[in-house]
Design a protein around this ligand. Structure first.
Ligand SMILES: N[C@@H](CCC(=O)N[C@@H](CS)C(=O)NCC(=O)O)C(=O)O
Length: 286
């Protein structure tokens, strides 16, 4: 979802997380999406978690709740037990303050003193960095060959699968174009809908590659446990519900397995995305 802050007014209105009708349609966590730029502590640390967070200093994440790019990092931070706070930057990504820190005006974005420019964006790069920094090998193996497969799956997702998903779902989500897409079209709505359908049809092939090649008979791309590539994939597939995309059975089972394995860490951020989808669908049917 690019250019949120510059979205045309009606779009911005429809898209605003936590707008009243959304609360009605949304699962509970989406209700919390209401306050833009509000800092929300993602979790109340237990005594054990507090001890852990001494090793893992607080992390600040700027995010947008309806976005699966953001859901990716939100799930990861929770699953990895990273002590972090989340700031909802809805409507602020193009503000001079945000742009001064992040000229790409993108979320998710983390802030960390150790980073040369103080901030980092791109969901996969953020997960790689945090996994490296905190030695989270369970999510991002160190062994070069294993790591290369995770990297390959993530690059393939961002470079090939995601653009199809964005073209197929963003019109239904009332999102502007995906970051990196340019162009304006005066094409007849029928032609636009045809292009959207073509993109949806193109999803099947790369999706199958994740199954047959990257999973290769294992429960997850990471093997027995979900890796950062699995978090990225499962979050991406969440958007397909907005176009009632018929996922193959393996993908349905895979997503259920991800949610079962990661529990609340997955369910809570997914609830925000699902809540938003329920809201836009209810608007479309109204
Ligand atoms: N490839 C990037 C995509 C990031 C992206 O498109 N972010 C959108 C939200 S889904 C955004 O922050 N848009 C706000 C803007 O462009 O102003 C990632 O994986 O992090």
């Amino acid at each position: 979802m690019a250019k949120t802050a510059t979205a045309k007014k009606p779009v911005a209105k429809a898209a605003k997380p936590g707008a009243k009708p959304a609360v009605k349609a949304a699962a509970k966590p989406a209700a919390k999406a209401a306050k833009p730029a509000a800092k929300v502590s993602a979790k109340k640390p237990s005594a054990k978690a507090k001890a852990k967070s001494a090793k893992k200093p607080g992390l600040s994440l700027s995010m947008l709740k309806p976005s699966v790019n953001n859901m990716t990092v939100r799930v990861f931070a929770r699953a990895a037990g990273l002590d972090h706070s989340e700031t909802d930057v809805w409507g602020h990504t193009r503000s001079p303050e945000y742009m001064a820190r992040n000229p790409a005006h993108l979320t998710p974005m983390i802030e960390d003193k150790g980073l040369p420019r103080g901030v980092l964006w791109e969901s996969c790069a953020i997960m790689q960095y945090l996994a490296n920094k905190h030695g989270l090998e369970k999510f991002y193996p160190k062994a070069p060959a294993k790591r290369a497969m995770i990297d390959s799956a993530m690059f393939y997702l961002i470079g090939t699968l995601y653009p199809y998903v964005a073209r197929a779902t963003y019109p239904a989500l009332n999102f502007p174009q995906y970051a990196g897409e340019v162009g304006h079209s005066d094409a007849h709505p029928d032609k636009k809908s045809e292009a959207q359908k073509t993109a949806a049809a193109a999803i099947a092939e790369p999706l199958e590659v994740f199954h047959s090649f990257f999973r290769d008979g294992k429960p997850f791309i990471g093997g027995k446990n979900p890796s950062i590539a699995d978090i990225r994939l499962a979050a991406t597939l969440e958007f397909l519900a907005v176009i009632d995309y018929e996922l193959p059975n393996w993908a349905k089972e895979y997503m259920a397995a991800m949610e079962k394995k990661l529990g609340k860490a997955y369910a809570e951020p997914a609830g925000d995305v699902r809540g938003y989808i329920a809201y836009v669908k209810s608007q479309a049917n109204a």
